[in-house]
Design a protein. Sequence first.
Length: 301
Amino acid sequence: MTLQGRALNGIALNGMTLQGMSLLGFQFDGATQGGLALANVHVDKGELIAERDGATLRGTQLAGAVLQAQARNLNVDPEAAALITYRITSVEPEASSYDPTHTGSTFLYMLEQWVTDSGTWQPACPADSDGRRVAIPLAATWDERGDRSASSSLFTFGCTSGVIAKCYRWGYRPWLTGYGADMAATHWTCTRLARADYCGDGVSNTHDGTLINLWDRLPAPGPIQSHGGLLPPLGMLFEAGWGTSGAVCMAHWRWLELGAVLSTLCPLKNLGNLLCNSAGDADDYAGARIFNESFPLNLKL
């Protein structure tokens, strides 16, 4: 599938394999490489950067770095704070095919997670559609409700199998300027759309591999994703307009198995009264940033 038109989504927000842990974010502090402390660790435009002995390290120079991530242990009652150790085993440039805005090379990081129970390092990310187990760094965190937060102490490694990285690869890079929009909010909106998080509460209403057609109407040099034609792809209908809080209006839900009607879906948002049948209709609702079409009769077979 190409980025324009139909795109495959995934329901995992960051894609990490956590064995019953809820990941809060990776720490900037406490990173080491070769037993030496790394200083001034930060994320800049999709790249992890650090200093060691006064020298700046970036790109492939950070292979072998060890990082700590904060998590909540859901396997105990009450839940407890936990630290998970990760290491970067390799770093390579992102493919230019995942840069629709032509705004420069970023990097992919292969991560391994230390599993205390087995005393072994294991891949942190599931394989993506290219068969690769890699992640992209972003200077923000997401919680269980799918809410994005800027942080001076934590950042996210989004596996390319999850929607945080997918939206990044679709062109919604949070640091971009010049498109007449807050691109961090537009990226966040995309994560709601990709997971069919209608209510903006972190609950996904889709399945991995579902076909959707998404687009924006950002001004020049936009759009970043175009609709692809005057008519929807065969069999698809307009689904919803999206913002950072989920669907701002909608025409139908993505999967028939929801077994709900619009008036009962997200009762606090009252989506039954927020109907739209096109992007033009969605413009009448505040916060619409991205739009999508989907098949109206997806069935779980």
